[in-house]
Write a protein of this length. Sequence first.
Length: 426
Amino acid sequence: MIKKVLIIAYYFPPVGGGGVQRTSKFVKYLPELKWEPVVLTVKKKIFKKTNRQLDISLLEDIPKGVHVVRTDCIDLGNISKTIKTQLETRSVKSSLKSLINKIAGLLINPDSQMLWIPVATMVGLKLIKKHKIDIIFSTANPWSDHIIGLILKGLSGLPWIADYRDPWNLNLYITLSSSIRKRIQMVLETNVIKYANRVIFTTDGMRNDYDRVFGNGKFVTIRNGYDPSDFINVKKKKFSKITFLYSGSMQPYRGPSYFISALSNWLEKNPRARNELMINILGRVNEEARSLIEKKELQDIVNLIGYVSHKESIAYLLGADIPLSIVDMGGDSIIPGKIFEYFASGKPILALIPPSGSVANILKKEHRGEYIVNPRDVRSIEDKLTSLYTRYKNACLPGYSVDNLEAYTRRKTAEELSKLFNEEIS
């Protein structure tokens, strides 16, 4: 018998990004597991207004016949940015700027998508009745998705599962504007965790962090993964140099400055390699990293390609020699979603990550830990660059089998999710 799940996902194709792919792959494979998804999201124009990158190719994952309901929404992110820009361009006292930012922080909760809550709640109720929904599934961020799930559970009495793609109040890299806002956010999250039937995390480390703070037995881990079908009929990029690939956002919390410094030092010691090496970066790069790349005069080595479609990112990956992963110290519970596609490439991974963190544990388990290095140890990073460069020159870079990676496929994660659904409605 086919059962139905209402999926609440503000971010959904055609908007791009790794978190979006998690949801779209669930939607792709759930019908094969006797679960029919009904997706509640926002209209494409909302993403255009907020300058989110679009990836039309992700729509190919959505099976024909799946109901995707798109609503209007006013995203307060644009309004907030406009106010901040006006404050910066005008001679407003810093104390007044701080006050305005704090007031905005108090009013905008849980996030800039809060105005979608009443719209999605009303539409969600209609969808529950029309499609005879069996279970509710919300995925965040934005955290407004979980507030919608919380309200719909209360109004419908249906079981509800909350999917955390990132930590909420336990996110070490986000500082809230005031202690009052932090308390508001914690109250909201506490209620989400209290009333959700199950709460899903993408890593065991994140789940353990939440267990220490909130302590209950409803937490489970369903990792991200890769889809073997994404690698079929992809024409890989061709490069004439030894090519490293970093795929994803390169933000300050990743700690890219140590790698950039190590690369600069290494090239000074190995000047001949300058014409034989290329670093391709796909995704957003923060100003601090950009400035350091310019300061170290690495513009001829480091290519800031920007955002590309998921299909094209696979082509870059298959054409590269060495995928690069960076997770700064303190990010022990983080597993970048791209790591699983790195696995599927069969290539050696230069992993600048916490040596005992979640990523390191998976790499070691799959016997891919040869190039793990402390992300802040510049000298050790230089040593790994030497090792990889030498092996490339001698045509003996290691390759790895991709035959035993079923546990990391998107089909497998969808199976785990459907099993969870079945348990909650039984």
